[in-house]
Unconditional design. Sequence first.
Length: 460
Amino acid sequence: MTTTLAGGRAARRQTMRRIRPRRSPATVLLLFVWAGAAGVLWLWWHNTPAIADTNGKILNAGRITGLLAGYLMALVVLQMARVPALERRVGSDRVARWHAMSGRYTICLVVAHVGLTMWGMALQSGRTAADLVQQTIDAANQLPDVGIAVIGTGLLFLIGLLSVGFVRRLLPYDAWYHVHLLTYAAVFLTFWHQISTGNDFAVEPLAKTFWYALYGVVTALALWYRILTPIRLNLRHRMRVEAVIEETPGIVSVLIGGRRLHRMGAQAGQFFRWRFLAPGMRFSSHPYSLSAAPRPGMLRITVKAIGDHSARLRELTPGTRVWAEGPYGAMTAQRRSRGKVLLVAGGVGITPMRALFETLPGAAGDITLLYRANTTQDLALWDELATIAEDRGARLMYAVNSPDGERPDISADRLRQKLPDIEQHDVFMCGPAGFAQSVYEALRGAGVPARRIHHESFEM
């Protein structure tokens, strides 16, 4: 049995909209970030007298690494805050990469800050580098707020260790996700010693005010978008499971009903983080993209069973309460800059592509969908896709393995053969990482500029 959600009025209105591409604000935001880092460096330089000896050099190196680490900690929290301007304009996957990079730099700076500061203080007290552990213990016991900062630093190291690629792959997703939330506690615990022991804030009241404002604004954004906004959204729309339908073996669609769901601001190509309030699933929140344009009383996700959470979706019963956070993601029609579009889906990556196939503005012949799967039986939602293609005059192609298991050719030459003007297309694609990389290389070889290849991963 398959669902049928094609041709809704809201979706038809979307196809008639004028194309209005929006530029990503990523470059402007990065300039602001670097300007802030330059301001931190200036603060250190402004408050640093002439450095005459080795001990002074070590302590001042500890100061600058501590200031930069404190600045980056605020950015790390900001990147976790689900701010719409970042999530929907820059893209969730890009923000996630910024967050991971900022986290790595923060931990390196914290290690340098602690090591250099304790080394300098040890030399100042007539000790040697071998006494760093004892110096750290003395500082934690004697200096204000340093003791709780040590706990926060330990949490940062734990989070950093569990975020290393091979370690993270060994952990269940829910375990890693909830441990990662300890970042908030780590930042809170390490903040106070910056104010109470930081020389720069003691001599520069304006700098102290700025530091409070920076952390205050970031904290307010995190509270608003991570806690208050989801509460308001779920109280307003009151979502529940309406039905669970098997599309193909191992792939199910979950129909979610609620009040005025079309007013949630969701667009085709976006995703929510879903929490189903059923036994064994209440504490699990996973990202799944919409597989159809939002209807006034219905949303739909289509999910492949590749883990414990996704496998249990088939057990959901009608009436189960649903808690959602979102919408997130920037892979929407607003990323489009050309009249013609190629959508490329690999496996269950068809879900956001199916929603875009239904709603992307375009005349007959403007939209093409290429669907890659292992077999024709794995082509989930195929009947819907065929109906949409017929209604819109769009082109629908599939690429499956041959009976002897040979993989189809999705090369630059093959793409040019199927779409001679492919370099004039925008391309949206979704699928496993290896598939996405190989298609990206083929598209670049076929002459499609990188700026017109749109891909987003929301597994964060």
